[in-house]
Design a protein around this ligand. Sequence first.
Ligand code: GAP
Length: 438
Amino acid sequence: MKQESQLMEKIISLCKRRGFVFPGSEIYGGLAGIYDYGPAGAELKRNLKEEWSFEMSRRHENIFQIDSSILMQRKVWDASGHTAAGFTDPMQECKKCHHRFRADHLAERGIKKCPDCQGELTEPKKFNLLVETHLGPVQDDSSLTYLRGETTQGIYVNYKNIKTTMRAELPFGICQIGKAFRNEITPGHFTYRMREFEQMEQQYFVHPGEAEKYFGYWKGERMQWYLSLGMKKENLRFRPHAKDELAHYAQAAEDIEYRFPFGWHEIEGIHNRGDWDLSRHSQFSGEDLSETDEKTGKKFYPYIIETSAGADRLTLAFLVDAYNDEDKDRFVLGLHPKLAPYKVAVFPLLKNKSELVAKAQEIYHALKKDFVAAFDDRGNIGKRYYSQDEIGTPYCITVDFDTLDNDDVTLRDRDTTKQERVPIKDLKKILTEKMYGS
Ligand code: GAP
């Protein structure tokens, strides 16, 4: 356990030192469950979202990506079940200090007394996790609404718009990436459980008779995606939900879990949500969201297969997976090139030779048009390699005196440390082939 928490400490320290993740509002002492991404982290997370977007939408003809608003009518959350007392997460409150804790998180850790003051805890009760806000100048009950607790609902309220504008027929999907907010009672494990986070969710609308087939299909697709981005197979597994832990809307649910240093935990949920969502939104909005079966003429609500992942939680999982400090001679963050924040770094061999610096700058600026690139002329070459390995840059280029005569450079591979001489004019082609295969 000590070793595990040490590993998390090392990852958190790397994140701070190299500009991946900082505590939110840090100069004011931080804000629980809130984090900011620095330059390297913002690139990594953006790459991850870009890969997801390609995989879940652009690669398909029948999955449409949208960008719906964070604020919606309050009734949306009544329809979804989020505001109803029976549907929120059970919490326990300390009778002495009145702090509240998620009952399932306490049970997970076998905790029976208040973790803060050892006081007696109430029986589990349901509390609302939605973050409240007011819209408009008057702050009363009529102006109350919520910051969205999941991106999912923005998809359902646009179901009809997408169906009409895209002339979509079942089965088809709608997906989106966006911020979500939850008043998590026990945020923790760094960016694993946050109060402001980003989701990457897809809702696949199917004929009820095909729901089971597509549930299996999406399970396979999603697992394959993690493997295709280099995540280690032994750190991934499925965990089916038991009947008594299924969410109120779910017919079936399985989590994809990742082996974090603090144990196996969910990174993505795959749910068969049945016809709960479209029937509820039809009922609450008065808009008929049902379909008509062409053969029987009967009306039905499409079933929904949801794939729901968190961009922050996945960023953390990929960082943990890439973190490997077992090699005594060097440290390498082994991120897949598609995810790596910087694709290539350019160095002049010597800092005080202006002709080398000028040539290196020229190459760096040319490569910057196609790749996120870094330039470094500090310290010696060894230190620069170390610095780039530490943030996972797959390729480094060194400009030396031969470059000035031959128009070629040394290209060094992060994983093998092998170096080869390549012509400057071919750099774009060679880097593209090495990183993306063509
Ligand atoms: N629409 C279904 C839904 O929101 P969820 O299991 O509550 O389901 C889906 O969330 C995913 O969103 C999780 O697998 C996780 O990756 C991410 N997520 C949920 N709560 C989070 C939090 N507090 N902090 C970071 N990520 C979170």
